[in-house]
Design a protein around this ligand. Structure first.
Ligand code: 8IG
Length: 283
């Protein structure tokens, strides 16, 4: 690759169209995975790292650094690889993003939604976004997966560029939520509130989120979901409660507790995600 073609794939350059970088990324993935296209994409957030293994056999593991527009992981406990997975019992393929770039990393919004645009460019019709969150509902204890029904984006940012007025009614597919409940009827739904972070909320901010109609607080997902809708992807988002939000419990929040809760929940979340993905691609 010449340096000028490499430069033309720099997401930080405002004159570069991010969909061109996504197309280039999809091309590298197709080549490395020996698969012309993928069917469903997954983004594994805090607590979901191990769940990818149960979806099927990994046919290719691609270092993020080799794929245009992707950066390496910034958070301990996140792995910076993209995997192509043959979905068990089907002839379909999943693209599994083992990590995400967060808005709080300060690299701008394009890297945050690059995996979503790449998934669409790779042929995916559906994306499953997972994350870890703090719960405002004391009954939703750490280790509980919750379906995201709607969101409040408190980042004051949008991944959409230009005057594109994307409709977000029914952003989180009712059809896919129903499908997930077919796998686990005990799954509840909630409104996810994205704060910028990286600090956790104050108890007053958590109360604000509650008054506004929120059920979960986190630092990801809403911007990706918006970009997914613009790309025409059907969105399922599942949040793993890893802690009670600040002030809901009197315990201080720590990242190591969050990772621990994720590990402990792998037994429930892995099979859940695998069964949901299998149903998404089954005719
Ligand atoms: I995991 O309590 C996780 N991520 N903002 N608040 C916010 N993000 C989170 C939390 C939380 N837990």
């Amino acid at each position: 690759m010449t340096s000028s073609s490499a430069d033309s794939l720099d997401l930080r350059d405002p004159s570069v169209d991010p969909s061109v970088v996504a197309a280039a990324a999809a091309e590298v993935i197709a080549h490395r995975a020996r698969a012309a296209h993928h069917d469903v994409a997954l983004v594994l957030g805090s607590g979901w790292g191990q769940t990818g293994d149960l979806i099927g056999r990994t046919v290719a593991t691609i270092d993020n650094a080799e794929v245009p527009g992707f950066a390496k992981a910034a958070v301990a406990g996140h792995t910076a690889v993209i995997r192509s997975v043959a979905i068990a019992g089907t002839d379909r393929k999943a693209l599994v993003f083992g990590t995400r770039t967060h808005y709080y990393e300060g690299r701008g919004i394009r890297p945050v939604v690059h995996a979503v645009r790449t998934a669409a460019a790779a042929g995916c019709r559906t994306i499953v976004l997972t994350n870890g969150s703090g719960s405002l509902n004391p009954k939703w204890t750490p280790g509980t997966p919750i379906l995201i029904r709607d969101h409040l984006n408190l980042t004051a940012a949008s991944p959409i560029e230009g005057a594109n007025f994307v409709d977000l009614t029914d952003l989180y597919s009712a059809r896919l939520r129903e499908l997930a409940r077919g796998v686990d009827p005990s799954l509840e739904e909630g409104v996810y509130v994205q704060f910028r972070g990286p600090h956790y909320e104050t108890p007053a901010e958590v109360q604000m989120a509650k008054i506004l109609g929120g059920d979960l607080v986190g630092m990801s997902t809403t911007l990706e979901a918006i970009a997914a809708r613009q790309c025409g992807l059907e969105v399922l988002a599942v949040s793993l409660v890893t802690n009670l939000a600040a002030g809901i419990s009197d315990r201080p929040l720590s990242h190591s507790d969050v990772l621990e809760a994720g590990d402990a929940a792998a037994e429930r979340c892995g099979p859940l995600l695998a069964a949901v993905v299998a149903r998404i691609v089954s005719p």
